[in-house]
Structure formats: C-alpha cells, structure tokens
Design a protein around this ligand. Structure first.
Ligand SMILES: [Zn+2]
Length: 199
C-alpha cells in the first residue's frame, strides 16, 4: 500500500530495524491519531536546530557555540584524546566517570568488507590541531567486536605516521569479546581504561 510502504521503507533505514518492525511503527502511528503524529513530525523537524554537531569532537549536543561542553571545559586533560565509535559510547565513558581527557566521535565502524564511513579526515585534522596543544596519547576505545577490531586496525595504519610524536593505545580487553562499549558497565570500562596498552 502506497503511503504505508513509503513510511515503512523510511523506518527500515534506521539502525537495527527490519521490515516487520518498520511496519509495526507505521501501524502504531496510524493508531496514535493525527495530533500525536503531528507532535512527532515537529520533534523530528526541530531536532536539527536544537541539536548541533560539535565542531571539534563531532558529537551531537545542545547548547551555544560551535564546540561542546567537553571540548571547551578547561579542566579536562589535553594530553589525552579518546576515539569512540558513537555518541552513546562517549556517554557510557562519562557515566563511568574515570576519564577526563578529550574525545573524538568516529561516527561508525568499518564492516569487515570495508563498508561504512568513518570521520577519518576529521580525526587526522583533530589530532594535528591537538598535537599543538599538548596531545600525547590517542586511546582507541572501540567495541570488542570484529568490526571494532577491524576499525582499530585501519586506524593503526592511518595514524602510523604520527606515532613518533603520539602514543597509540587500545582499551584493555576487560571488555568481553563481542561486547559493545555502549552497554558495558562502569566497572568494566574503568578496568579497560586502566589496562589500556600500546598498540
Ligand atoms: Zn565536542
């Protein structure tokens, strides 16, 4: 059915959503009524003006200015830069409360077949800029999945020319194999950071 199918296809492009779930969303919206649909449409439409991407770490954040709270906070340690896959991983690290350096959000991981886009040019630019501000270590904090490891390999190659000046470390594998950073508890993350090793 036209209309239903069009919207279902739009939902199918969401991460982790298959065709059946997409259809469920559409029928849910139909059952909700016009007012609720209109409220949701406004929220979607407005999110671009209330939430901005930080010019430095690339996370999505609300607030004034081009750089986010973590990038402008003068009390944070400029010698450390942690590279995470996505905004939710950064939030998990912050919840664990053991890291006070800077961040960079890659925006994804590479699949084993080499698909996927990560912000590697922005990462290089950020490292160059931060190197002038005292950066001495880049911590790769990727999920302990095969895609996370594949991405870490790629970054190791990409950052190889910088290694004379900057240490490259990986989170210690206190993280169980297959575990995503986003869902790891604070204790595990703290252990993984303490046990990070040169890569
Ligand atoms: Zn930022």
């Amino acid at each position: 059915m036209e209309g239903i199918d069009d919207l279902a296809q739009a939902f199918e492009r969401f991460p982790g959503i298959g065709p059946r779930q997409a259809k469920r969303f559409v029928y849910h919206l139909l059952a909700q009524g016009a007012e609720e649909r209109s409220r949701l449409a406004k929220l979607i439409d407005g999110i671009g003006s209330t939430v901005k991407q930080c010019a430095e770490c690339k996370r999505f954040a609300t607030g004034q200015g081009t750089s986010c709270f973590y990038c402008t906070d003068k009390s944070r340690d400029d010698s450390l830069l942690m590279v995470v896959e996505k905004d939710q991983d950064l939030a998990a690290i912050e919840r664990a409360g053991m890291y006070k350096g800077r961040y960079f959000v890659l925006g994804g991981v590479l699949t084993l077949s080499g698909k996927g886009a990560i912000r590697e040019r922005d990462l290089l630019t950020t490292i160059e800029t931060r190197a002038a501000q005292g950066l001495s270590e880049v911590v790769l904090a990727l999920s302990a999945t095969s895609e996370g490891e594949h991405t870490a390999d790629h970054l190791r190659t990409l950052l190889a020319p910088l290694r004379e000046r900057i240490r490259l470390t990986l989170l210690g594998r206190g993280l169980a194999t297959g575990s995503e950073l986003e869902y790891s508890d604070a204790e595990t993350l703290r252990g993984a950071l303490q046990n990070r090793k040169e890569t």
